[in-house]
Design a protein around this ligand. Structure first.
Ligand SMILES: C[S@@+](CC[C@H](N)C(=O)[O-])C[C@H]1O[C@@H](n2cnc3c(N)ncnc32)[C@H](O)[C@@H]1O
Length: 317
């Protein structure tokens, strides 16, 4: 159930927050338009600095989708860099230090991410949390960046999302995980313990049986959830790098209450938005690719046609 805002009055929309919000824009232009301290949970799954161009699967809902994960995409407006240098001296010094030891492509990527992480920190409530999804290419750099913006004492977990599928290698250990960097805005963050079944062979001595919880063991920082594969026809929309709903359900359940506001500034096919909707949270999604926004809209029409949400023109349109 889509309503279109003619004016980009995001703050007014948010104040009432009667509706969810979906915006096609560069998130660096969009995030400063959101009210400060208005978001409970941010999850972001940005490009991973792979150097690749991603395209949607032929014949799928996302057949027209395309996004670029190349250095050209990470070019930073000098005005943005100057603003950062003036206002965030420690962060700028850290970026310079990284430049002395890291590959230029990683530095370009971190310069692209830095102002976005700063903008996300501003919109989080004091009780809010952020999950940054990345992999071994950038996890070390992003961890330093998040320390510089959030403070190292606000680091909560480096969650390993372990999936089973993937290639093999004779030259190193086959890669089978992504990384989720979990930070909170303060130590008063929301967190709910979740449980999963005990491993099938867990031996329970009779004398210990009372110690075992009927809902299983508490989740650890290693999450085993399958990646979407050819058999997941009901869920898979063909968007490149689409994440499973099960992963987002876990993040949202653990770090937000019902009715909370969940933000995904790189929303792609809208997995976070759909997961938030299914769990009774409000959501804000942004993606710079019109093809991604079209996939989100088609997905919402199919899965929850009565969900109200507002689309607005990009800032400055
Ligand atoms: C890895 S995909 C996200 C996939 C998503 N998690 C899903 O489950 O479908 C990254 C997305 O970021 C978007 N993107 C890249 N740069 C952006 C920017 N500056 N602002 C907003 N979106 C951007 C791309 O268009 C792409 O859809």
């Amino acid at each position: 159930m889509q309503k279109v805002m003619q004016e980009a009055t995001y703050e007014a929309m948010q104040e009432a927050m009667q509706s969810n919000m979906l915006v096609c824009a560069d998130n660096l232009a969009f995030l400063p338009r959101l009210a400060a301290e208005s978001v409970d949970l941010a999850y972001l799954d940005p490009p991973f600095n792979t150097g690749r161009h991603f395209v949607g699967r032929k014949g799928s809902l996302a057949a027209d989708a395309v996004f670029h994960d190349t250095p050209a995409h990470f070019a930073v407006d000098p005005k943005v860099a100057a603003h950062l240098a003036e206002n965030f001296a420690a962060l700028t010094a850290w970026l310079k230090g990284m430049a002395a030891v890291s590959a230029p492509s990683l530095i370009a990527y971190l310069n692209f991410m830095a102002p976005r992480v700063v903008a996300l920190h501003r919109v989080l409530k004091p009780t809010g949390s952020l999950f940054l999804h990345c992999d071994e290419r950038t996890a070390h750099g992003l961890r330093g960046l998040l320390d510089a913006v959030f403070g190292h004492d606000q680091f909560r977990n480096h969650v390993i999302w372990n999936y089973h599928a993937g290639g093999a290698s004779r030259r190193w250990y086959a890669r089978r995980h992504d990384d989720l960097l979990f930070y909170s805005k303060s130590s008063a963050y929301q967190f709910r313990v979740q449980r999963e079944p005990y491993a099938p062979r867990t031996a329970i001595a009779r004398k210990n049986i009372a110690k075992f919880h009927p809902d299983g063991r508490m989740l650890t920082d290693v999450w085993q959830i399958s990646r979407l594969g050819n058999n997941d026809k009901a869920e898979r929309v063909g968007y490149p790098t689409q994440k499973p709903l099960a992963l987002l359900h876990r993040i949202i359940r653990g770090s937000s209450e019902e009715g909370a506001v969940v933000l995904d500034p790189f929303c792609g096919s809208g997995t976070t938005l759909l997961a938030a909707e299914q769990l009774g949270r409000r959501w804000i999604g942004c993606d710079s690719a019109p093809e991604a926004i079209a996939v989100v809209e088609a997905r919402l029409r199919q899965q929850c046609p009565d969900t109200p949400y507002t689309t607005a023109p990009p800032p400055g349109a």
